[in-house]
Design a protein around this ligand. Structure first.
Ligand code: G3P
Ligand code: MG
Length: 246
């Protein structure tokens, strides 16, 4: 297996459930709780700027409305991405990928960049995010780990920045063809819904030379069980209850 610089705990969407997701305030919360790694979701604005947002649409996590893909970065940067979560986060912007990369580097936070393309823009998003990630982390000892549910995005990322580590995200069903898929992707890791994992599945994927990551694990006992099975990392919202070792 390749070198693996990442810790066991990744703060999911930045600050988990303790701060508005995919914001700078979320990343600061991860730092505050002693986390060494964060996961966040990246997509492209109408004019091709990479920024952080989970959904295809704006309304759940900002005061905007409609499709993210139909807004340019100037419009997106005027939105409030914090009030929906709590009044004290009012005015928290939807950050660009570049802003978050700079914050991660400055605070020694390792990153899992989940490529979350708007529908129909999979390959373009994979390529652009991978190229930018390579540039933003240039010269850094621990590269960002790229991942996606979107297969086309991952292949485009592989072609654009083959040197960056990649993980394949899976949900709903355990894919019987995982060995061929991970080999085609030249992946380092498989990122699974933790409910699909068994001790045997973890062992067999790791024996094939791949890391196993699990999302979203909010129960400390489950986090410990997965670790015992050999899982390499988990994504959690429970930064206050699942604490990094000091
Ligand atoms: O990358 C792990 C996890 O974030 C995947 O699910 O929907 O929270 O992006 P989601
Ligand atoms: Mg995600």
């Amino acid at each position: 297996m390749q070198d693996w610089p990442y810790p066991y705990l990744f703060a999911h969407r930045g600050g988990g459930k303790l701060a508005p997701e995919n914001t700078l305030a979320g990343m600061a919360t991860a730092v505050q709780y002693g986390y060494g790694a964060v996961e966040f979701d990246v997509k492209l604005s109408l004019d091709g700027v990479a920024f952080l947002l989970h959904d295809d649409t704006l309304q759940r996590t900002s005061n905007g409305h409609g499709l993210a893909a139909e807004h340019d970065i100037a419009a997106l940067s005027r939105l409030d991405g914090g009030s929906w979560f709590a009044p004290r986060f009012a005015g928290e912007p939807l950050p660009t990928f570049a802003t978050i990369a700079a914050y991660c580097r400055a605070h020694r936070l390792l990153a899992n960049v989940e490529i979350k393309p708007c529908p129909g823009r999979e390959a373009k998003t994979g390529r652009e995010v991978a190229l930018l990630a390579a540039e933003l982390w240039q010269g850094h000892p621990a590269p960002p780990l790229l991942s996606s549910f979107a297969w086309e995005a991952l292949l485009a990322a592989r072609d654009a920045a083959p040197q960056l580590p990649r993980g394949w995200l899976i949900e709903e069903q355990w894919p019987e063809d995982w060995p061929a898929r991970l080999a085609e992707l030249q992946a380092v890791s498989l990122h699974s819904d933790h409910q699909l994992l068994t001790a045997e599945r973890v062992a067999v994927v790791r024996a094939a030379g791949y890391r196993v990551l699990a999302y979203t694990v909010n129960d400390p006992a489950r986090a410990a069980e997965l670790r015992q099975w050999g899982v390499d990392g988990i994504f959690t919202d429970a930064l206050d209850r699942i604490r990094p070792e000091s």
